[in-house]
Design a protein around this ligand. Structure first.
Ligand code: SF4
Ligand code: SF4
Length: 246
């Protein structure tokens, strides 16, 4: 190889390296500019739409522990109830309040333990939402379920439970925000599972205890009755057991 052709080859190689460098820089710049967007982006707009039609909100041990730490459990008690679900399971929930009476209807007392079956309140506002002020009355103590809404996790997959939520698609969600939201949804799933395992057992034990206490009280009351009162009671019970003549 002559000295000239050697120099030419070296200069071509340098050019190729330079070209490759430039290509890499362009590609790197492209990658920075075109950072792949997360498929799911969300930022709560605080429109409070979900607070107005969420129905029963499941409560977990996480919520009870938070409220106990903050000394506010008693504030939530009037709004809590046990919800027997159509699939046979039970949940501890924040029971929604019955809707306001329609025009001409008589105003019913706003009793959270009122006669309206919880199944009829599935799309009714949360009892802790103040419609006049458009705000959650317990925002700092809001349940875990409200913190993860509208994302849910079922042990395998994440699901958006409310595609109408105005926060979906809002820009501004970072990777860390997404991770936090997914972690909260997972935590909700585990906490709810924990509650669903414990609740039937606790409920069974409590009803047994209440039943035994009631039976003991009745037996004590009967043992204190006079002979005359006892025979009167026997007569009443006999009458109740006789088949109706109608
Ligand atoms: S979660 Fe959605 S519906 Fe609820 S307040 Fe935020 S943006 Fe509105
Ligand atoms: S507790 Fe607060 S954030 Fe949760 S649904 Fe009720 S009003 Fe909305």
């Amino acid at each position: 190889m002559t000295e000239n052709s050697k120099n030419e080859e070296e200069s071509e190689l340098i050019d190729e390296i330079e070209e490759a460098k430039q290509d890499k820089e362009i590609n790197d710049a492209k990658t920075d500019a075109e950072e792949p967007k997360a498929k799911f982006t969300f930022k709560c707009t605080r429109c409070d739409k979900c607070c107005q039609n969420r129905g029963p909100i499941p409560i977990t041990f996480w919520d009870l522990e938070l409220w106990a730490r903050n000394g506010v459990v008693a504030n939530f008690l009037p709004y809590m109830d046990i919800y027997s679900k159509p699939d046979g399971g039970i949940d501890l929930v924040l029971k929604p309040l019955p809707p306001p009476p329609k025009e001409g209807e008589e105003e019913k007392p706003k009793d959270p333990f009122g006669a309206v079956p919880i199944e009829d309140l599935l799309e009714v506002k949360c009892p802790l939402y103040n419609k006049e002020k458009n705000e959650c009355l317990v925002y700092d103590n809001r349940p875990l379920s409200c913190r993860t809404y509208p994302l849910e996790y079922d042990g395998k997959n994440f699901t958006v439970v409310d595609v109408e939520c105005p926060g979906i698609g809002e820009e501004g969600m970072t990777k860390d925000d997404l991770k936090e939201m997914r972690d909260t949804a997972k935590q909700m799933f585990y906490e709810l599972t924990r509650m669903r395992i414990a609740l039937p057992v606790l409920s069974q034990l409590i009803s047994q205890k209440v039943m035994m206490d009631l039976m003991r009280q009745n037996m004590e009351a009967m043992s204190k009755m006079s002979e005359e009162d006892r025979s009167k009671l026997d007569e009443i019970l006999k009458k109740d057991q006789e088949p109706s003549s109608e």
